[in-house]
Design a protein around this ligand. Structure first.
Ligand code: ZN
Length: 294
């Protein structure tokens, strides 16, 4: 007989099993289906039952578009709070908490990599960082990304997910609308394609500038896309707005968008558009050679 006996602890292990970590299951806000989080990852965060599109982070977005690795640009840029702005809390505090929550320095990731075998620059906005708002850093990063694309003769994709211009940077944030639009005009003159992908939500100054300037504007289903909110519009025009106003399908019907594409098919569609929009290799060489010959 042994002096010591290993005591089994079946109760403890049972306890461990029943303790479900937070966020392992997600309830679909549209059809109330309970979805296992890992299943959601395999469907690109789209509900398998009702096709509700959950919001995804900028990094997840890049993962869903790029074939593999990507090279990220301007990771060090951060806002300096030029107006020393304070509303319910100081802007600096908001920046700090957003950085801690997302691991990013501002609300966009700009990168270069292969999309369906096509070398492409992609800028994806992060809603988790102060509502994906466009401040000086977002404007500068997107502009630089477009300029890099012009230099290397690459197509550009911008995935919008934003509440609009960043109020805490006042007029400086509004100037980014013009800055990015001007860079896109140069991209257009260089005869390079720009695909705008509008996701839920795309509003304010982002809609009013680069999100609507794509050679092809593609939206995700049922995404909220608009400039001002419905309440403000109703008060201004003194009319009741129609059903489904400011949703992708409504905008497509009224000619504001080119396509509404399910996220699970988005990459295939984007690759097709890229290959359609890119100049043929010979034409591309001619475009590069032209300024020298002139
Ligand atoms: Zn659902």
């Amino acid at each position: 007989m042994a002096w010591f006996k290993k005591v089994r602890k079946p109760i403890e292990s049972a306890n461990k099993e029943s303790r479900v970590p937070e966020g392992l299951w997600v309830k679909c806000p549209s059809c109330s289906q309970i979805i296992y989080n890992k299943d959601l990852a395999s469907t690109l965060s789209v509900c398998a039952k009702c096709a509700h599109h959950f919001r995804v982070s900028a990094a997840e977005r890049l993962r869903s578009l790029y074939d593999g690795e990507w090279e990220e640009f301007d990771t060090g840029l951060a806002s300096v709070d030029p107006l020393q702005f304070t509303d319910t809390k100081p802007y600096r505090t908001r920046l700090k908490t957003s950085t801690e929550a997302t691991g990013m320095k501002d609300a966009v990731i700009c990168a270069r990599g292969m999309v369906g075998g096509v070398d492409t620059v992609v800028a994806a906005m992060e809603y988790g960082f102060i509502g994906g708002s466009m401040g000086v850093v977002v404007g500068e990063k997107i502009t630089r990304a477009i300029e890099r694309a012009i230099d290397a003769r690459l197509p550009v994709i911008i995935v919008s997910c934003s509440g609009g211009a960043r109020m805490m940077e006042g007029a400086l944030s509004l100037m980014q609308m013009a800055k990015i639009s001007a860079a896109l005009a140069r991209l257009d003159r260089a005869r390079l394609p720009y695909i705008s992908i509008l996701t839920d939500p795309t509003t304010g100054g982002v809609t009013a500038s680069f999100a609507m300037l794509g050679d092809v504007n593609i939206a995700e289903p049922k995404a909220l896309i608009g400039f001002a909110g419905p309440r403000v519009i109703e008060q201004t025009i003194r009319q009741t707005l129609p059903e489904g106003f400011q949703r992708s399908e409504f905008l497509l019907e009224h000619g504001m968008l080119d396509m509404v594409v399910d996220r699970r098919e988005l990459k295939d569609v984007v690759v097709r558009v890229l290959k359609f929009g890119l100049p043929a290799p010979r034409e591309q060489q001619a475009a590069v050679a032209a300024p020298l010959g002139a």
